[in-house]
Ligand binder design. Structure first.
Ligand SMILES: *Cc1c(COP(=O)(O)O)cnc(C)c1O
Length: 393
């Protein structure tokens, strides 16, 4: 089917919630995507930090193929080995408590919100300005963005947004606070690293009041920032975290992971999901987690991240570079959506604009120096081609 035909079908029959770029992808291989004409694109977005290991990673593909031919679904009324083993591996690689499986990032945050309220009934959830926690009602209520919330009022009560400053956190958290929920590195807002002193204030305030500190690692987790979990590079450890995006190596799976203290707050009947922790996605996630929890790969992410951040900082037209590891944003003088469009159409480079002047790069963790240099070269040309009149670069 041609792209024109796909667009006709979309216009007629697909709810118009997405602004898609005019390209159809038919195949992926490692860092590359191929369109219907066979053209090769360098993917520096990874399906929004989902295909962190590259497209169709052989270990993930093998796990899915094998499990799909054996058992696909039984529900959580029974045991399966992939889900129980994944829970053990996920907990042992992080907070050491227990895991609740679901199917997406928003659902993982829903579970986290329920966990926090179960531990402190009717308690308030403190979130940060600029946060993005998902589109379902609880997660949306934790996402203090007027344009996303206003059309869908009334929201879930009991959420309060504060600025990411230590004093604001200390003032907001009290005996009635159920949780502080935050992304250690905000993704959708354009990659803003929450300062250590804010994380420390949140940790201390939660310790003093018994509130839960919950990290949303849906985007920052699974090796993205150069450690398996972003919290590992911060001075604090959360009481629970949420994971999704890259967890399934490309398949949809989410999880709430707790530490010891909150491990038994949710009990029988408190929460559930029909598909959650199914054998195929669990097998995929076991393969993805094993491939990602690798010292050499994570060291490569840190090295490639420094290389890319350095290249971006030296690129004419780039005003600021933010992020950690391979979760990076560049603030540019020009029109970021125009640059992303130009990069796609003329440089066969996939990057993403999160705002009018913000480009986000989420390269494959397996990219390596050569591809990072190639991506930086292509992006530099795209930025130059779209430079505003009179710009020196
Ligand atoms: C993407 C994202 C979500 C929502 O995940 P979905 O799978 O789209 O529901 C939540 N939190 C963060 C930090 C995200 O980046």
């Amino acid at each position: 089917m041609s792209l024109a035909e796909l667009r006709e079908l979309e216009a007629a029959h697909v709810v118009g919630t997405y602004a898609r770029s005019p390209v159809e992808f038919v195949r992926g291989d490692g860092p590359y995507l191929y369109d219907e004409h066979g053209s090769e694109y360098l993917d520096m977005l990874c399906g929004i930090s989902v295909t962190n290991l590259g497209h169709c990673h052989p270990r993930v593909v093998a796990a899915v193929r094998e499990q799909a031919g054996v058992l696909m679904h039984v529900s959580n009324l029974f045991y399966t080995e992939p889900a129980m083993r994944l829970a053990g591996e996920l907990a042992q690689s992080s907070l050491g408590g227990k895991v609740f499986f679901c199917n997406s990032g928003a659902e993982a945050n829903e579970a986290a919100i329920k966990l926090a309220r179960r531990a402190r009934p009717a308690g308030e959830i403190i979130v940060l300005h600029g946060a993005f926690h998902g589109r379902t009602y609880g997660a949306l209520s934790a996402t203090p963005q007027e344009s996303k919330q206003a059309p869908f009022a009334p929201l879930v009560p009991g959420f309060r947004a504060v600025v990411a400053e230590p004093e604001a956190i200390r003032q907001a958290v009290g005996e009635r606070t159920a949780a502080v929920l935050l992304e250690p590195i905000q993704g959708e807002s354009g990659v803003h690293v929450v300062p250590d002193e804010v994380l420390i204030a949140a940790r201390e305030s939660c310790d003093a009041t018994g509130a839960a500190l919950i990290f949303d690692e849906v985007q920052s987790g699974m090796g993205r920032t150069g450690t398996l979990w972003a919290y590992e590079a911060t001075p604090v450890r959360p009481d629970a975290m949420t994971v999704a995006k890259a967890l399934g190596g490309g398949l949809p799976i989410g999880a709430l992971v707790t530490g010891e203290r909150l491990a038994d707050e949710l009990g029988t009947g408190d929460h559930g999901s029909t598909f959650a922790g199914g054998p195929v996605v669990s097998a995929a996630a076991r393969a993805a987690l094993a491939a990602t929890d690798d010292a050499a790969l994570l060291a490569g992410v840190r090295a490639d991240g420094e290389l890319l951040a350095g290249r971006l900082a030296r690129t004419p037209g780039v005003r600021e570079v933010r992020g950690r590891g391979l979760m990076l944003a560049a603030e540019i003088d020009g029109d970021a959506p125009a640059v992303a469009r130009h990069a796609l159409e003329h440089e066969q480079l996939i990057v993403n604009a999160t705002g009018p002047s913000t480009l986000r790069l989420l390269p494959p963790l397996t990219a390596g120096r050569g591809l990072i240099e190639t991506a930086a070269d292509r992006l530099e040309r795209a930025i130059a081609a779209c430079a505003p009149d009179g710009a020196s670069g």
